[in-house]
Design a protein around this ligand. Structure first.
Ligand SMILES: [Zn+2]
Length: 640
């Protein structure tokens, strides 16, 4: 959104500085910032175009199981435009697309950096955060951190120009340095040429020669068309512009990141009239704002910021039928690094993670209740026989806006205040898995299971799990909670890892019915398989510290007790036995050796067993180097 007054001020600055617009810093392009990449002079928190693209490539090289880099087009000056695609490639689940673009406006320093930090946050916390593992297993996140590289290079080197547009100099403004180029956020191919865009080639919001005329715009449109489901587009999107999209089946999200204004903006831009899916957008924007402290802004008198046409949101929502949201970060174009690192970054990483959880059914999930807290106790002590999982679920908390929301209409958020009717817990998997665990009902905390019902829009729920029911599911068990409100809306999924100590009874204990798979009931556990681990206990040294570490990712004092040490050694022997007598993953301290071992992968500076957490036959088989042991129902490392 163009602030006309500010634009005029910028024009004055450009005119003043036109003759002395040499690069603002010297020729030293080797400057490395805190992140180890080239950063913008004077702003060590913001990577340059080269630094950002280098980071995207480094992520793709370092995390081949998660990341892919793809060229989607070229800028006007023939610079490559890339997307970084992030998803758990080993997950067999059907994935919904999330496309994040940043840097469409050149002078907005923070957005490209937020986008690349989000990518780093996802890959660095994979395998550690159950929430992020759940997102990456079920979502394909595509990030174009530098959407306008030509303009960005001008903006990072000549701050006095306040460069906004691309660098297309093929118009009448080419002699007026600082004013040429096309506003890419007025050049998209939906309602192009209407009000809220300039026809003046020297204007800050110049719409371009024709819809989609710019190569940067064309690259983004072509990529979006390729990833978002064609079946949810309208036959005649202009004529049927006011018709709502089907909220039950709509999936995928588009997020465009700009600065500044501290807004969460939703369609329309081309007119101040409510969009067909207004109520859902109201819910989405309120929830994102409750996280990052922004204010919602949309058409239909909902703090509408001014008419624009040919913009990213209207194109993705109107033309492609995709739920589309725009973040306006911070309070200035060249936001200082203290503000970025301490406020904008942490607040908006959380908001982007929340958006990522909506992608499967954005319009529906935002209307449902949120799991605002999920607590699983540390159950690694061998003496734990039960664990109590607790959840706070609210249909209201995240609809509440910050105090400075006076200029919003006093309209109530009709989907955000219902009683909670159920809280489901999924143990050993995610509800979006191809074969999810059977959900368990959580009870009102303090009540007796199954007897009391939830009475409020905000509730505490609890469920006690028997640890003996969890054996055979690996040392790290995914636990996910989902709330449902009285209108029947399910909310987004929240997950945590439950870590338990391995048990001697692992092979003998039948799996709990709730997490059983269809064919498991046919398989009887034989006495032979139950006795096998016990009989070979003496084959290893129980005190071996290496073995202890291999089976317990978070060592606790309890690990030193004789009972738990024996337990660990027993299980290790089972693995060695079936694995052909090879070493455990954690015996490897060299990354290359680790990755060569079946079922082992180097993660977080450790050699980790990637089979251990897979508690279903189909999941186990999807992972290279793992094999399902049908008798003990454990996924084991299986060297070829
Ligand atoms: Zn912008």
């Amino acid at each position: 959104v163009v602030d006309e007054e500010r634009t005029e001020r910028m024009r004055a600055v450009v005119a003043d500085d036109a003759e002395s617009s040499e690069r603002e810093h010297g020729d030293d392009r080797e400057l490395l910032g805190a992140e180890g990449y080239q950063t913008i002079d004077g702003f060590p928190c913001y990577r340059t175009v080269d630094g950002t693209i280098q980071t995207m490539m480094d992520i793709a090289v370092a995390h081949p199981h998660l990341a892919t880099i793809e060229k989607i087009g070229e800028s006007h000056q023939k610079r490559d435009i890339f997307v970084l695609k992030l998803t758990d490639k080993s997950s067999p689940a059907e994935k919904a697309p999330l496309f994040i673009t940043a840097g469409i406006h050149a002078r907005e320093y923070a957005p490209p950096e937020l986008a690349i930090r989000f990518a780093e946050h996802l890959v660095e916390n994979y395998g550690v955060s159950a929430d992020i593992d759940g997102i990456l297993a079920h979502t394909e996140i595509a990030i174009t951190a530098v959407s306008n590289p030509d303009g960005r290079i001008i903006a990072q080197n000549f701050r006095n120009l306040w460069w906004r547009k691309n660098a297309n100099e093929e118009n009448e403004c080419k002699e007026e340095r600082g004013n040429y180029g096309v506003d890419l956020n007025r050049n998209f191919n939906f309602m192009w040429g209407g009000a809220g865009a300039s026809t003046d080639p020297c204007g800050a919001s110049y719409r371009g020669a024709s819809a989609g005329s710019e190569s940067e715009t064309a690259a983004i449109m072509k990529y979006s068309e390729s990833i978002f489901p064609p079946e949810q587009r309208k036959g005649n999107p202009v004529k049927d512009v006011d018709a709502p999209y089907d909220e039950l089946t709509s999936k995928g999200m588009y997020v465009d990141v700009h600065s500044f204004g501290e807004d969460i903006i939703f369609p329309w831009g081309h007119k101040d009239k409510k969009a067909g899916n207004f109520q859902a957008y109201q819910a989405i924007s309120h929830k994102l704002c409750s996280i990052n402290g922004h204010l919602p802004s949309g058409s239909g008198g909902y703090r509408f910021l001014g008419t624009v046409s040919g913009d990213t949101l209207d194109y993705h929502y109107g033309e492609l039928g995709v739920c589309s949201i725009l973040f306006e970060l911070g309070t200035e174009f060249y936001q200082n690094c203290d503000d970025f690192e301490n406020k904008i970054l942490p607040d908006n990483l959380k908001a982007l993670l929340y958006a990522s959880k909506l992608v499967h059914r954005p319009y529906e999930l935002a209307k449902g209740p949120d799991v605002t807290r999920l607590t699983v106790p540390d159950a690694t002590a061998a003496s734990s026989s039960t664990v109590e999982v607790k959840a706070r679920v609210s249909d209201r908390e995240m609809t509440q806006l910050p105090n400075n929301s006076d200029d919003l209409p006093p309209e109530t958020l009709s989907t955000g205040n219902q009683r909670i009717v159920s809280v489901k817990l999924f143990v050993g998997g995610h509800p979006y898995d191809p074969s999810p665990p059977e959900p368990l009902d959580m009870s009102p905390a303090g009540g007796v299971g199954g007897e009391a019902s939830f009475a409020s829009h905000t509730v505490d729920a609890a469920l006690t799990l028997d640890v003996s029911d969890l054996t055979g599911m690996g040392p790290q068990i995914m636990v996910c909670a989902v709330g449902t409100d009285a209108m029947g809306f399910d909310g987004p999924v929240s997950c945590e890892y439950l870590t338990i100590a391995p048990r001697t009874t692992a092979a003998a204990s039948p799996p709990p019915p709730a997490v059983d798979e269809g064919s498991a009931a046919q398989q009887q556990t034989t006495p032979a398989s139950a006795g096998k681990p016990q009989s070979t206990t003496t084959a290893t040294t129980p005190e071996s510290p290496t073995i202890t570490t291999s089976l317990q990712q978070t060592p606790t004092p309890a690990a030193a007790t004789p009972q738990s040490t024996t337990t660990k050694a027993t299980t290790t022997v089972t693995q060695n036995d079936i694995g052909g007598g090879v070493q455990t993953c954690s015996d490897q301290s060299i990354e290359g050796d680790c990755n060569e071992m079946a079922g082992c992968k180097w993660k977080k500076d450790k050699c980790q067993d990637v089979c251990a957490g897979k508690n279903k036959r189909d999941k186990c088989h999807k992972v290279g180097g793992c094999a399902w042991d049908g008798k003990s129902k454990i996924c084991l490392r299986s060297p070829p």
